[in-house]
Design a protein around this ligand. Structure first.
Ligand code: AVJ
Ligand code: FE
Length: 441
């Protein structure tokens, strides 16, 4: 952690901004110009919209907000305001060309480096501990993940490559299927993590009843048994709106799966491969996760249950930043940062296990939880209502833990993500839970 030393904070801000820009560059140069302006799915923006939106938000929050500088391109603000135009309408806007967007992004970034040199990273909340710079690096990484989703939806030959496959776990077969998490209070959320976003704050006590949680996310092999058992044809397992979705779209498997009746294949970034049975299942909606859990005689964990398993240290009673402790993620602890372009097999990352022995809480797949998006007690919108507050309510379900597609700067034990329960294109899977019976607790 950078602490409060201004030079260390500056180096950290530089490092995360740089890391985000490298990834943005990769995601927007591995395909041709036509691919950047095309709409690959009505669910997504053209890649070139994300690129210029990243730069526009950086200009708004850092150059104009922190620096008080005059606007470079005030004329394009409305085009890149996510609330003005739904994603499906963005291809028809007068967007910057790929070349213009790149030029704008590097112009902004150059001035941000100057600003970072001369800004005292203390004072009001926006600059304290470099928050605004960290927020903008997280914002860029979130859009990099969005662009990775667009790449997964894109048809045509593969454009992305993974440097190396994830390591296979040595002891997966020996792991218990579920672990008991004792009941009692724990600290949820944070008031001390400098770059935590508004919805992760403040820290507060939450009491949970004793429960069992799956040691690993549900795998493709597990999920195939649900399919083979007629799960998609049996109304008993489905929430009413989920059943409606299954009927309307004739769903029979996760998104990107195709079957010939004998075995399932999966399309992944332009390649087709046999469904990897040992890997956590991906591209299921909340409704599918909820139905699977009911079929298995279980349920999805609440956000509080997920976070207690991921952060509570029974030895000290403290909540920690990550399952393994307070240290930042490393490649030995979690599958993050688009390194492998896929989840690692269930049971991987023994060094990332929580004190209770739960694995892969951070990285691999986003995990759907049972919870709606609600503010924590004492929530204050910061720095803008449109980051979280306008989304509070029952229409969004919470996802926790981050996926292989998430960068470490935008991932921690307190980080909260949300989406509609019908969404399947995001890198989401799940694990299941159940109440502990009195004699088990
Ligand atoms: C937190 C991932 C739901 O992508 O809509 C990006 C993040 N907010 N720009 C989204 C975000 C503004 C947000 N999610
Ligand atoms: Fe955004």
């Amino acid at each position: 952690a950078a602490g409060t030393d201004p030079e260390a904070l500056r180096r950290r801000a530089l490092h995360v901004l740089d890391g985000a820009r490298h990834r943005t560059h990769h995601l927007t140069t591995c395909v041709d110009e036509q691919d950047l302006i095309a709409q690959h799915s009505p669910l997504m923006s053209p890649l070139v919209w994300d690129l210029a939106h990243i730069a526009n938000q950086e200009e708004l929050w850092l150059l104009r907000g922190v620096g008080g500088r005059e606007a470079i391109r005030p004329d394009i603000d409305p085009i890149y305001d996510a609330f003005e135009h739904p994603r499906s309408a963005r291809p028809t806007l007068p967007l910057l060309s790929p070349g213009e967007a790149r030029g704008y992004a590097s112009e902004v970034r150059g001035r941000v480096f100057d600003l970072l040199e001369t800004t005292a990273l203390r004072g009001d909340r926006l600059v304290e501990a470099g928050f605004a710079f960290g927020m903008i690096a997280q914002h860029e990484q979130q859009h990099d993940e969005t662009m990775l989703i667009t790449h997964q939806l894109r048809r045509g030959p593969a454009a992305l490559t993974a440097p190396e496959p994830p390591p296979a776990p040595a002891d997966a077969a020996l792991l218990p299927r579920e672990v008991l998490i004792p009941g009692g209070p724990f600290t949820m959320g944070t008031s001390t993590e400098p770059w935590a976003l508004d919805n992760e704050r403040p820290a507060h006590q939450v009491d949970v009843a004793p429960y069992f949680l799956d040691t690993t996310p549900v795998t493709c092999g597990d999920y195939q048994r649900f399919i083979a058992d007629g799960g998609y044809r049996d109304r008993r397992w489905w929430a009413p709106e989920g059943w409606e979705m299954v009927r309307r779209h004739d769903l029979e498997a996760p998104l990107f799966w195709s079957g010939d009746g004998r075995r399932w294949l999966r399309r992944r970034f332009g390649e087709v491969e046999p469904v990897p049975e040992a890997e956590p299942v991906l591209h299921v909606s909340w409704y599918e996760a909820d139905a699977y859990a009911r079929w298995a005689g279980r349920r999805l964990p609440t956000e509080a249950e997920w976070e207690k398993a991921a952060r509570h240290d029974p030895a000290t009673g403290r909540s920690r930043r990550y399952p393994w402790g307070d240290a930042d993620p490393t490649p030995e602890r979690a599958n993050l940062g688009q390194r492998h372009l896929r989840p690692a097999p269930a049971g991987s990352y023994p060094q990332g296990a929580s004190p209770y022995g739960v694995r892969q809480l951070i990285g691999d797949v986003w995990e759907w939880t049972a919870s709606d998006f609600r503010p924590y007690p004492g929530f204050e919108p910061f720095p803008y209502r449109e980051y979280s507050e306008v989304f509070f309510g029952p229409e969004y379900k919470m996802l926790r833990g981050g996926a292989f597609s998430v960068d470490p700067v935008a991932c921690r034990g307190t980080f909260r993500n949300w989406d509609y329960p019908i969404r399947r294109q995001i890198f989401a899977g799940f694990r299941t839970a159940r109440d502990a019976r009195p004699e088990e607790a």
